[in-house]
Ligand binder design. Structure first.
Ligand SMILES: *[C@@H]1O[C@H](CO)[C@@H](O)[C@H](O)[C@H]1NC(C)=O
Ligand SMILES: *[C@@H]1O[C@H](CO)[C@@H](O)[C@H](O)[C@H]1NC(C)=O
Ligand SMILES: *[C@@H]1O[C@H](CO)[C@@H](O)[C@H](O)[C@H]1NC(C)=O
Ligand SMILES: *[C@@H]1O[C@H](CO)[C@@H](O)[C@H](O)[C@H]1NC(C)=O
Ligand SMILES: *[C@@H]1O[C@H](CO)[C@@H](O)[C@H](O)[C@H]1NC(C)=O
Length: 802
């Protein structure tokens, strides 16, 4: 129990060496009636004790949150030993005042009372911070009318005595001083107890340590030798609690019920020099209670020493809480909130029992005792596993010797220790990508990619389109500022993905009979739906899945599972069965925008086309700015914009989109995109940003306006082959009507045509920084922002519009 003795000796020697340089105690004054102190940055101390060891005043806890408190003032940590308003921090400008009539009041700037000891008043003649760490309100005759020692928070100090009944309440977190989940109580019957509480009420729950000594007139004494004991009224020692061999003359001491539930006795070498610098001066633990909080807390109600579903390990006096495999903390900054599974629990729908979608993760020497709902004797491990697999309630089984316990969520009292003679088997979903049932989150984070193209094919803008782009290897580097995604106020439906077997999809597609489309890496088939909300599905079968692409597959699935927008094709499920990788989408009955625009003899209506242009822009905007992870599509083109039965445009094929995830540093990937829509920076050593999508969208917008492909080899006139160049010529020569020749609807709306053309010319600027964001694009299209005249294209070579 006595830790770090050698360390103390070393520190002591250091301290003695420093003694000659020790400064004299700070000057000290009593607080007289009528004085006050205001909470503001850099103005913490109201009173210091004569030796300077303790100070009373405001500690700034938050930007605008001050704690009226007492702290060790001669050490850099300024460790708080008592506080008045932990659950209700004082805003800047609050005032603590010893009024003329002798009341101590803490008021906020509007004069509303935050805290008061509610003391006797009239007789008070001064207040003082004493050398023991006791802050007192005293009468003329120095009788203490109120003292902080009588109203401890979570700490006791040498010289302090607690009489029955008394309670120490732990803080909520290390730096959150509001009442926490544990109590240290000297009860009216003399028993000294450590309790968990029924948080958030302060009602005691489970006693995890106790002296089991009963009587009247007991007191808890922390004497000046640093010994903490329970004393009877006749002076005899009832129970030793903790003791330190480090004399209080040379060491600061404190005993505190910490937020983790452990009661610890600490020492800190005294040094009156302001900062000792190199030597690690720090609080070190002398003793602690209970001996193993992880095993000592076993409560019928509540989560145990750690949060629900987590498990506890106690080593070297330190309690640690962990999430088991497949689970993660609900709040990593507040681990007592427990862990949540990263996967969906087993379906209890009898028609799809999901028995083979789960497996067991083994944890030796681990147990979550008490809250079991089934118990079996004389059974072996295999039997127990089968039993749990076929039971949708079962989330965990604990194995003893020929014994088996079944448990439901949430598990409590979890612990791992070499003394635990049991094995835990956690039931975990094999493919946890089905679990991403998250609502949308908004992200403000701007990520950056820097692309290095190792094989560079250079070409003029015109020739680009004729060259085959092949054999690129691209390296992404990115850095991203971390920022927590905020919950979006725009409620969009949650998405949940279903995992299909190959057999199910083979049947649904009638053995992959009807091909809807074919790409370099995939073929899309039409299939019949599995539920009654739709008739058909589209099954995208990824060809030649090699090991490397498995990662891509997972990326696409997880990207999709977190996106949900009216203008994105919805992913319904996936198949990751043996060598088969397939994605199941909603079926888009009107096919692609490409065939809608280019393959029909009759030109689609102008208003419908403009509607599609807006919807596509909204879909891209969502990918860029509104989903939990910023997504660069990288392959915006009319083939990847699909239309549903009411001709709503939906962006598809995220196969090429990469997630920009915090924490990942680099990845290898091939060049993305399709010639004609590809921004120039792909061919240069330039960062790839969301602006590549803006470029592609600009080209797409021109195609929608003009109802023709971006490149047409057999155009009547050579100058018209490349749509972007031709558009620019026409814009330059103010002959935009040529672009929409024969389109009477559009010709009637030349102002709008001009605006849309200008927007697209902004989008296809060579310099990505000149291109607007999708948000701006949408604002310009919708008319809420004016469109300026786009600058000349640098690559623009004067050709004729006709
Ligand atoms: C504080 O006031 C009390 C009572 O008047 C007095 O005995 C004591 O010496 C004062 N302390 C200081 C440091 O002025
Ligand atoms: C401290 O934690 C409590 C409980 O979670 C919370 O309500 C309170 O806002 C926190 N206080 C501070 C200052 O963070
Ligand atoms: C503190 O208590 C211990 C144990 O009873 C005793 O040995 C020691 O003398 C006490 N120290 C003081 C300063 O009272
Ligand atoms: C002091 O009080 C305790 C508890 O009340 C008792 O057990 C003990 O015998 C008493 N000792 C003496 C010397 O009276
Ligand atoms: C679930 O997914 C996360 C993140 O993708 C991964 O770290 C974890 O290992 C997976 N868990 C299981 C049980 O497959």
């Amino acid at each position: 129990m006595f830790l770090d003795q050698k360390y103390h000796l070393m520190l002591l020697c250091f301290f003695l060496a420093l003694l000659p340089f020790a400064t004299v105690a700070q000057s000290h004054k009593n607080i007289s009636l009528g004085s006050s102190h205001t909470a503001e940055a850099g103005n913490s101390i109201w009173a210091v004790s004569p030796s300077g060891n303790f100070a009373f005043g405001f500690q700034q806890i938050q930007e605008n949150g001050f704690l009226l408190s007492i702290w060790f003032n001669q050490i850099p940590e300024k460790t708080v030993v008592w506080s008045a308003n932990g659950g209700n921090l004082a805003p800047k400008g609050s005032k603590v005042e010893l009024t003329k009539d002798g009341s101590l009041l803490l008021n906020d700037p509007t004069g509303r009372q935050i805290w008061s000891p509610g003391s006797s008043g009239v007789e008070t003649s001064y207040a003082a911070m004493l050398d023991t760490g006791n802050f007192v309100l005293a009468s003329q005759s120095s009788e203490y009318l109120w003292q902080s020692f009588d109203h401890p928070t979570d700490t006791i100090l040498p010289g302090q005595v607690l009489n029955q009944p008394s309670t120490l309440v732990s803080r909520y977190l290390e730096t959150n001083y509001s009442s926490g989940r544990f109590q240290f109580v000297l009860k009216g019957n003399g028993n000294l107890v450590l309790y968990t509480t029924h948080y958030p009420t302060n009602a005691p729950n489970f006693a995890y340590w106790t002296t089991q000594k009963f009587g009247n007139g007991f007191s808890l004494v922390f004497n000046q030798s640093g010994v903490l004991f329970l004393q009877a009224s006749n002076g005899s020692i009832i129970s030793m609690i903790s003791s330190s061999t480090s004399p209080t003359k040379d060491f600061y001491q404190r005993a505190v019920l910490e937020y983790d539930g452990v009661f610890r006795h600490y020492v800190y070498p005294k040094s009156s020099s302001s900062n000792t610098g190199s030597l690690q001066m720090a609080w070190s633990t002398v003793d602690f209670l209970p001996s193993n909080i992880c095993s000592d807390i076993r409560e019928d109600f509540g989560s145990g020493a750690c949060g629900f579903n987590s498990y506890c390990m106690f080593d070297g006096g330190i309690k640690s809480c962990y999430c088991p495999y497949g689970y993660s903390f609900i709040d990593p900054d507040d681990v007592m909130k427990g862990c949540k599974p990263d996967f969906d629990s087993q379906s209890c729908d009898g028609s799809s029992p999901e028995t083979d979608l789960f497996y067991f993760h083994e944890m030796e020497n681990t147990d979550w005792p008490l809250t079991d709902y089934e118990y079996f004797k004389q059974v072996n491990e295999d039997w127990c596993k089968q039993e749990c697999l076929s039971d949708c309630f079962c989330a965990l089984t604990i194995l003893g010797s020929n014994e088996c316990w079944k448990k439901k969520l949430p598990f409590s009292n979890g612990m791992q220790d070499s003394t635990v003679q049991r094995k835990a088997l956690l039931k975990i979903r094999k493919d946890n990508s089905t679990s991403k049932c998250e609502g949308p989150v908004r992200k403000k984070d701007q990520s950056k990619l820097i692309m290095v193209i190792s094989v560079l094919l250079s070409s003029s803008v015109l020739l680009n389109l004729l060259l085959l782009v092949a054999g690129f290897s691209v390296v992404y580097w990115w850095r991203s500022k971390s920022s927590k995604p905020n919950q979006s106020s725009q409620a969009i439906v949650e998405t949940c993905l279903r995992s299909f077997t190959f057999e199910e999809l083979r049947k649904a597609t009638n053995e992959f009979k009807e091909v809807l489309g074919q790409g370099a890496f995939s073929t899309v088939y039409k299939g019949v739906s599995f539920d009654h909300t739709r008739n058909h599905i589209a099954v995208k079968k990824l060809n030649n899945m090699v090991k490397e692409n498995e990662e891509e597959f997972k990326t696409e699935v997880s990207t999709f599972s977190r996106t949900n927008h009216r203008n994105l094709v919805q992913l319904l499920g996936f198949c990751n069965d043996g060598e088969h990788r397939m994605l199941v989408y909603e079926f888009m009955s009107q096919g692609s925008l490409a065939s809608f625009l280019f393959d029909t003899s009759e030109r689609p209506s102008w208003s419908q086309r403009m509607q599609i242009a807006l919807e596509t822009a909204r879909g891209i905007l969502y990918l860029h700015e509104e989903c939990s992870t910023q997504i660069i599509h990288c392959d915006i083109k009319p083939q990847n914009v699909l239309l549903d039965e009411s001709f709503t445009a939906k962006i598809s094929d995220f196969g090429l989109a990469k997630l920009l995830k915090i924490g990942q540093s680099r990845t290898n990937t091939g060049i993305r995109g399709t010639k004609g829509y590809v921004a120039p920076e792909w061919f240069r050593n330039m960062p790839i940003t969301i602006k590549v999508d803006v470029y592609s969208y600009g080209v797409l917008l021109l195609e929608i306006i003009c109802c023709r492909r971006s490149f047409e080899a057999n155009a009547e006139n050579e100058n018209q082959m490349v749509l972007t160049d031709w558009t620019y010529d026409c814009f330059h020569e103010r002959k935009l009507d040529l672009l929409v020749e024969g389109d009477n609807e559009a010709l009637d709306e030349m102002k709008m045509v001009e605006k849309y053309v200008m927007v697209s010319l902004w989008c296809i600027q060579e310099d990505p920084s000149l291109r607007p964001t999708m948000k701006k694009v949408l604002q310009m299209l919708e008319g809420s922002v004016d469109v300026a005249t786009p600058p000349d294209l640098p690559s623009f070579t004067t050709t004729m519009c006709l």
